[in-house]
Design a protein around this ligand. Structure first.
Ligand SMILES: Cc1cc2nc3c(=O)[nH]c(=O)nc-3n(C[C@H](O)[C@H](O)[C@H](O)COP(=O)(O)O)c2cc1C
Length: 268
Protein backbone atom coordinates (compact mmCIF):
# COMPACT_ATOMS: atom_id res chain seq x y z
CA UNK A 1 0.00 0.00 0.00
CA UNK A 2 1.33 3.38 -1.00
CA UNK A 3 0.66 4.97 2.41
CA UNK A 4 3.05 2.49 4.06
CA UNK A 5 5.67 2.83 1.35
CA UNK A 6 9.00 3.80 2.90
CA UNK A 7 11.95 4.46 0.67
CA UNK A 8 14.94 2.56 2.04
CA UNK A 9 17.17 0.93 -0.50
CA UNK A 10 19.08 -0.84 2.27
CA UNK A 11 15.89 -2.56 3.47
CA UNK A 12 15.00 -3.52 -0.10
CA UNK A 13 18.49 -5.02 -0.61
CA UNK A 14 17.85 -7.29 2.38
CA UNK A 15 14.39 -8.25 1.13
CA UNK A 16 15.20 -8.95 -2.53
CA UNK A 17 15.59 -12.51 -3.81
CA UNK A 18 15.35 -13.81 -7.37
CA UNK A 19 11.78 -14.79 -8.20
CA UNK A 20 11.02 -17.14 -11.10
CA UNK A 21 7.30 -18.02 -10.84
CA UNK A 22 4.66 -15.33 -11.41
CA UNK A 23 0.90 -15.02 -11.28
CA UNK A 24 -0.68 -14.75 -14.73
CA UNK A 25 -1.75 -11.20 -13.95
CA UNK A 26 -0.85 -7.92 -15.57
CA UNK A 27 0.40 -5.12 -13.34
CA UNK A 28 -2.30 -2.95 -11.86
CA UNK A 29 -2.37 0.60 -13.19
CA UNK A 30 -1.09 2.16 -9.98
CA UNK A 31 1.92 -0.19 -9.77
CA UNK A 32 2.76 0.25 -13.43
CA UNK A 33 2.56 4.03 -13.10
CA UNK A 34 4.84 4.13 -10.05
CA UNK A 35 7.32 1.78 -11.71
CA UNK A 36 7.43 3.70 -14.99
CA UNK A 37 7.71 7.05 -13.19
CA UNK A 38 10.70 5.71 -11.28
CA UNK A 39 12.40 4.62 -14.52
CA UNK A 40 11.72 8.02 -16.07
CA UNK A 41 13.14 9.93 -13.09
CA UNK A 42 16.36 8.00 -12.38
CA UNK A 43 19.27 8.48 -14.78
CA UNK A 44 22.42 9.10 -12.75
CA UNK A 45 25.15 6.48 -13.26
CA UNK A 46 28.69 6.31 -11.79
CA UNK A 47 30.44 6.93 -15.11
CA UNK A 48 27.85 9.02 -16.95
CA UNK A 49 26.70 6.44 -19.52
CA UNK A 50 23.01 6.67 -20.32
CA UNK A 51 21.37 3.25 -20.40
CA UNK A 52 17.67 3.30 -21.15
CA UNK A 53 14.98 1.09 -19.68
CA UNK A 54 11.49 0.11 -20.59
CA UNK A 55 8.79 -2.11 -19.15
CA UNK A 56 7.87 -4.35 -22.08
CA UNK A 57 4.70 -6.44 -22.16
CA UNK A 58 5.58 -10.06 -22.62
CA UNK A 59 2.63 -11.11 -24.73
CA UNK A 60 1.79 -11.20 -28.40
CA UNK A 61 -1.55 -10.30 -29.96
CA UNK A 62 -2.87 -13.85 -29.55
CA UNK A 63 -2.29 -13.51 -25.80
CA UNK A 64 0.61 -15.97 -25.64
CA UNK A 65 3.51 -15.05 -23.44
CA UNK A 66 7.17 -15.60 -24.30
CA UNK A 67 9.26 -17.98 -22.23
CA UNK A 68 12.75 -17.34 -20.94
CA UNK A 69 14.59 -20.18 -19.22
CA UNK A 70 12.86 -21.15 -16.02
CA UNK A 71 10.73 -18.03 -15.73
CA UNK A 72 7.02 -18.89 -15.49
CA UNK A 73 3.98 -16.67 -15.96
CA UNK A 74 5.75 -13.31 -16.33
CA UNK A 75 3.55 -10.76 -18.09
CA UNK A 76 6.09 -7.92 -18.17
CA UNK A 77 9.84 -7.55 -18.49
CA UNK A 78 12.17 -4.77 -17.54
CA UNK A 79 14.54 -4.41 -20.49
CA UNK A 80 17.76 -2.40 -20.37
CA UNK A 81 19.74 -1.21 -23.39
CA UNK A 82 23.00 0.72 -23.64
CA UNK A 83 25.53 1.95 -26.20
CA UNK A 84 28.83 0.13 -26.00
CA UNK A 85 31.49 2.33 -24.44
CA UNK A 86 33.85 2.15 -21.43
CA UNK A 87 32.01 1.27 -18.18
CA UNK A 88 28.64 1.24 -19.97
CA UNK A 89 27.74 -2.30 -18.85
CA UNK A 90 28.65 -1.48 -15.23
CA UNK A 91 26.56 1.70 -15.46
CA UNK A 92 23.61 -0.29 -16.82
CA UNK A 93 24.06 -2.85 -14.02
CA UNK A 94 24.04 -0.05 -11.45
CA UNK A 95 20.81 1.54 -12.66
CA UNK A 96 19.06 -1.76 -13.47
CA UNK A 97 19.67 -2.91 -9.89
CA UNK A 98 18.34 0.39 -8.52
CA UNK A 99 15.12 -0.23 -10.47
CA UNK A 100 15.00 -3.86 -9.24
CA UNK A 101 15.27 -2.59 -5.66
CA UNK A 102 12.44 -0.14 -6.21
CA UNK A 103 10.31 -2.99 -7.64
CA UNK A 104 11.12 -4.96 -4.47
CA UNK A 105 9.83 -1.99 -2.47
CA UNK A 106 6.59 -2.15 -4.45
CA UNK A 107 6.27 -5.82 -3.44
CA UNK A 108 6.97 -7.05 -6.99
CA UNK A 109 9.03 -10.08 -7.95
CA UNK A 110 12.12 -9.78 -10.19
CA UNK A 111 14.96 -11.98 -11.44
CA UNK A 112 18.07 -10.76 -13.24
CA UNK A 113 18.55 -12.61 -16.54
CA UNK A 114 21.82 -12.00 -18.36
CA UNK A 115 22.31 -12.95 -21.99
CA UNK A 116 21.72 -11.77 -25.53
CA UNK A 117 18.10 -10.83 -25.92
CA UNK A 118 18.33 -8.57 -28.92
CA UNK A 119 16.70 -11.02 -31.31
CA UNK A 120 13.62 -11.84 -29.23
CA UNK A 121 10.48 -10.38 -30.86
CA UNK A 122 9.20 -8.84 -27.61
CA UNK A 123 12.28 -6.64 -27.51
CA UNK A 124 11.81 -5.17 -30.98
CA UNK A 125 9.79 -2.57 -29.10
CA UNK A 126 13.08 -1.26 -27.73
CA UNK A 127 13.95 -0.05 -31.26
CA UNK A 128 17.63 -0.68 -30.71
CA UNK A 129 20.19 1.60 -32.32
CA UNK A 130 23.10 0.08 -34.30
CA UNK A 131 25.54 0.28 -31.41
CA UNK A 132 23.13 -0.65 -28.61
CA UNK A 133 22.87 -4.01 -26.83
CA UNK A 134 20.47 -5.54 -24.33
CA UNK A 135 22.72 -7.26 -21.77
CA UNK A 136 19.99 -8.01 -19.22
CA UNK A 137 16.26 -8.31 -18.66
CA UNK A 138 14.09 -9.13 -15.66
CA UNK A 139 10.52 -10.29 -15.25
CA UNK A 140 8.48 -7.85 -13.17
CA UNK A 141 5.23 -9.03 -11.64
CA UNK A 142 3.21 -10.45 -8.80
CA UNK A 143 4.90 -13.38 -7.13
CA UNK A 144 3.42 -16.83 -7.22
CA UNK A 145 4.61 -19.76 -5.10
CA UNK A 146 8.18 -20.64 -6.05
CA UNK A 147 7.15 -24.18 -7.01
CA UNK A 148 9.54 -27.09 -7.37
CA UNK A 149 11.55 -25.62 -10.24
CA UNK A 150 12.14 -22.37 -8.41
CA UNK A 151 13.19 -24.17 -5.27
CA UNK A 152 15.54 -26.46 -7.23
CA UNK A 153 17.21 -23.50 -8.96
CA UNK A 154 17.73 -21.71 -5.68
CA UNK A 155 19.32 -24.88 -4.35
CA UNK A 156 21.67 -25.47 -7.31
CA UNK A 157 22.62 -21.80 -7.69
CA UNK A 158 23.41 -21.78 -3.96
CA UNK A 159 21.26 -18.69 -3.67
CA UNK A 160 21.21 -18.57 0.08
CA UNK A 161 24.97 -18.78 0.34
CA UNK A 162 27.32 -15.85 0.28
CA UNK A 163 31.10 -15.84 0.67
CA UNK A 164 32.47 -14.66 4.02
CA UNK A 165 33.86 -11.15 4.41
CA UNK A 166 37.44 -12.44 4.50
CA UNK A 167 37.18 -13.72 0.90
CA UNK A 168 35.69 -10.51 -0.46
CA UNK A 169 36.92 -7.51 1.52
CA UNK A 170 40.41 -6.21 2.40
CA UNK A 171 42.19 -3.25 4.00
CA UNK A 172 45.03 -1.48 2.13
CA UNK A 173 45.91 -4.51 -0.03
CA UNK A 174 44.95 -8.10 -0.77
CA UNK A 175 47.25 -9.33 2.02
CA UNK A 176 44.94 -8.06 4.78
CA UNK A 177 41.44 -9.60 4.69
CA UNK A 178 38.66 -8.11 6.81
CA UNK A 179 36.43 -10.08 9.12
CA UNK A 180 32.70 -9.50 9.50
CA UNK A 181 31.96 -5.91 10.56
CA UNK A 182 35.58 -4.70 10.41
CA UNK A 183 34.81 -2.07 7.78
CA UNK A 184 34.19 0.81 10.21
CA UNK A 185 31.65 3.27 8.77
CA UNK A 186 31.68 1.24 5.54
CA UNK A 187 30.52 -1.99 7.22
CA UNK A 188 26.88 -1.58 6.15
CA UNK A 189 27.89 -0.74 2.57
CA UNK A 190 30.17 -3.79 2.40
CA UNK A 191 27.53 -6.10 3.85
CA UNK A 192 25.10 -4.83 1.18
CA UNK A 193 27.71 -5.72 -1.48
CA UNK A 194 28.01 -9.19 0.04
CA UNK A 195 24.27 -9.93 -0.20
CA UNK A 196 23.92 -8.55 -3.75
CA UNK A 197 22.74 -10.80 -6.59
CA UNK A 198 25.32 -12.01 -9.12
CA UNK A 199 25.35 -14.25 -12.15
CA UNK A 200 25.30 -17.92 -10.96
CA UNK A 201 25.81 -16.44 -7.50
CA UNK A 202 29.52 -16.14 -8.33
CA UNK A 203 30.07 -13.02 -6.19
CA UNK A 204 33.04 -11.89 -8.30
CA UNK A 205 33.54 -8.56 -6.49
CA UNK A 206 36.59 -7.85 -4.35
CA UNK A 207 36.85 -4.60 -2.38
CA UNK A 208 39.90 -2.93 -0.84
CA UNK A 209 39.39 -0.18 1.77
CA UNK A 210 42.04 2.52 1.50
CA UNK A 211 41.08 5.21 4.03
CA UNK A 212 38.08 6.99 2.52
CA UNK A 213 38.78 5.57 -0.93
CA UNK A 214 37.27 2.20 -1.68
CA UNK A 215 38.62 0.24 -4.65
CA UNK A 216 36.47 -2.30 -6.51
CA UNK A 217 38.07 -5.25 -8.33
CA UNK A 218 36.79 -8.39 -9.99
CA UNK A 219 38.06 -11.89 -9.16
CA UNK A 220 40.93 -13.71 -10.85
CA UNK A 221 39.05 -15.00 -13.88
CA UNK A 222 38.10 -13.28 -17.16
CA UNK A 223 36.01 -10.06 -16.95
CA UNK A 224 32.90 -11.20 -18.85
CA UNK A 225 29.78 -9.13 -19.58
CA UNK A 226 27.98 -10.92 -16.74
CA UNK A 227 30.77 -9.94 -14.40
CA UNK A 228 30.61 -6.33 -15.54
CA UNK A 229 26.91 -6.36 -14.60
CA UNK A 230 27.77 -7.96 -11.25
CA UNK A 231 30.28 -5.18 -10.52
CA UNK A 232 27.70 -2.52 -11.45
CA UNK A 233 25.26 -4.15 -9.02
CA UNK A 234 27.87 -4.15 -6.23
CA UNK A 235 28.63 -0.47 -6.91
CA UNK A 236 24.91 0.30 -6.69
CA UNK A 237 24.52 -1.43 -3.33
CA UNK A 238 27.63 0.22 -1.86
CA UNK A 239 26.76 3.69 -3.14
CA UNK A 240 23.09 3.68 -2.08
CA UNK A 241 23.75 2.09 1.32
CA UNK A 242 26.43 4.71 2.05
CA UNK A 243 24.10 7.53 1.00
CA UNK A 244 21.48 6.23 3.41
CA UNK A 245 24.15 6.22 6.14
CA UNK A 246 24.83 9.90 5.36
CA UNK A 247 28.11 9.15 3.54
CA UNK A 248 27.92 10.43 -0.05
CA UNK A 249 30.72 9.64 -2.48
CA UNK A 250 31.87 9.86 -6.09
CA UNK A 251 33.14 7.28 -8.57
CA UNK A 252 36.37 7.48 -10.55
CA UNK A 253 39.00 5.39 -12.30
CA UNK A 254 42.36 5.62 -10.53
CA UNK A 255 45.72 4.70 -12.02
CA UNK A 256 45.91 1.29 -10.37
CA UNK A 257 47.90 -1.20 -12.41
CA UNK A 258 46.08 -4.41 -11.59
CA UNK A 259 44.17 -6.10 -14.42
CA UNK A 260 41.34 -6.88 -11.97
CA UNK A 261 40.79 -3.22 -11.04
CA UNK A 262 37.39 -1.74 -11.99
CA UNK A 263 36.56 1.49 -10.12
CA UNK A 264 37.05 3.58 -6.98
CA UNK A 265 34.45 5.15 -4.68
CA UNK A 266 35.73 8.19 -2.71
CA UNK A 267 34.02 9.96 0.16
CA UNK A 268 32.95 13.51 -0.68
C1 LIG B 1 23.96 -10.60 -14.25
C2 LIG B 1 23.07 -11.70 -13.71
C3 LIG B 1 22.58 -12.67 -14.57
C4 LIG B 1 21.72 -13.68 -14.09
N1 LIG B 1 21.22 -14.59 -14.98
C5 LIG B 1 20.32 -15.52 -14.54
C6 LIG B 1 19.71 -16.41 -15.48
O1 LIG B 1 19.99 -16.37 -16.69
N2 LIG B 1 18.80 -17.30 -15.01
C7 LIG B 1 18.45 -17.35 -13.68
O2 LIG B 1 17.60 -18.17 -13.32
N3 LIG B 1 19.02 -16.51 -12.75
C8 LIG B 1 19.94 -15.60 -13.16
N4 LIG B 1 20.50 -14.72 -12.26
C9 LIG B 1 20.11 -14.77 -10.83
C10 LIG B 1 21.22 -15.37 -9.93
O3 LIG B 1 21.27 -16.78 -10.08
C11 LIG B 1 20.93 -14.98 -8.47
O4 LIG B 1 21.00 -13.58 -8.34
C12 LIG B 1 21.92 -15.60 -7.48
O5 LIG B 1 21.83 -17.01 -7.49
C13 LIG B 1 21.65 -15.11 -6.04
O6 LIG B 1 20.34 -15.41 -5.63
P1 LIG B 1 19.34 -14.27 -5.17
O7 LIG B 1 19.20 -13.31 -6.33
O8 LIG B 1 18.04 -14.97 -4.85
O9 LIG B 1 19.93 -13.56 -3.98
C14 LIG B 1 21.38 -13.73 -12.71
C15 LIG B 1 21.89 -12.74 -11.85
C16 LIG B 1 22.72 -11.74 -12.34
C17 LIG B 1 23.20 -10.68 -11.40
Amino acid sequence: MVSEFMESYTEWMKERTSWRTYKNEKLEKVDRKLFEEFIAEHHVTPFGNEPRFRLVDNFSEDGKIGTYGFIRGAQHFLVGAVRESPMSIEDLGYLFEKIILYATGLGLGTCWLGGTFTRKPAFEKMELGEDETIPAISPVGYKSDRGLIGKAIRWTAGSRNRKPWSELFYRDNFESPLNNGEGGVYSVGLEMVRIAPSSSNNQPWRVVLDGDSVHFYHDEKEYSTHKQLDLGIAMCHFDLANKEQGIPGVWSKESISDTRYVATWSKL
